[in-house]
Design a protein around this ligand. Structure first.
Ligand SMILES: [Zn+2]
Length: 186
């Protein structure tokens, strides 16, 4: 299909001419640009139109670019030995305990922290998860038979407290307050 031959549906006078454009995107803090997106502009009234074909092309292009950006970000943000040491210390674990929690064998963390071995992608994700999601760290440590980490409360922890309160409140009858709940209505 040749877009340049399509008559503008708005003014009926101009022809739609296809143009390429680019757009900025973000994954968390990682910025990237998607090039080669397509739309059409009317040569007469300037109306901006995206045809179904262009829309499909744009979606595909954006998905491919996002996958590539995720891979690039992961490569750029590889955990270095100092990161692994910091995460382990934050969780209050010895190297042997860390291996019990995360796997990799009893000598794994000594090797990671001395830059003898790089952790696998899966291990990196697990360490990031335990570092950034306190509930995940707690789950992993309890599962390894260790006491839950005593982490300083962060904003996520506050959200949890709010959520717990909301859940508790939702079990209360809406037509009466907590003080007269259970007392006879007569
Ligand atoms: Zn037009």
């Amino acid at each position: 299909m040749n877009d340049s031959a399509i008559l503008c549906p708005l003014c009926g006078e101009g022809r739609l001419v296809e143009h390429a454009y680019e757009r900025d995107f973000n994954i968390e803090d990682h910025a990237y640009v998607v090039f080669g997106l397509r739309h059409s502009l009317c040569s007469h009234c300037g109306e901006d139109i995206t045809t179904p074909d262009q829309s499909r092309h744009n979606k595909r292009t954006i998905i491919e670019a996002r996958n590539q950006a995720v891979a690039e970000r992961d490569r750029a943000q590889r955990l270095v030995p100092a990161d692994i040491l910091r995460i382990r210390k934050t969780l209050g674990l010895t190297q042997v305990q860390a291996a019990r929690v995360f796997g990799g064998g009893p000598n794994a963390f000594g090797k990671y922290e001395n830059a003898e071995v790089a952790p696998s992608d899966g291990m990196e994700k697990l360490l990031r998860l335990a570092d950034q999601v306190p509930e995940a760290a707690t789950w992993l440590m309890r599962r390894a038979g260790l006491p839950a980490p005593s982490l300083t409360p962060c904003s996520r922890e506050k959200e949890c407290v709010v959520l717990r309160r909301l859940i508790k409140d939702s079990f209360r009858p809406t037509h009466s307050t907590a003080s007269n709940f259970g007392s006879p209505s007569t």
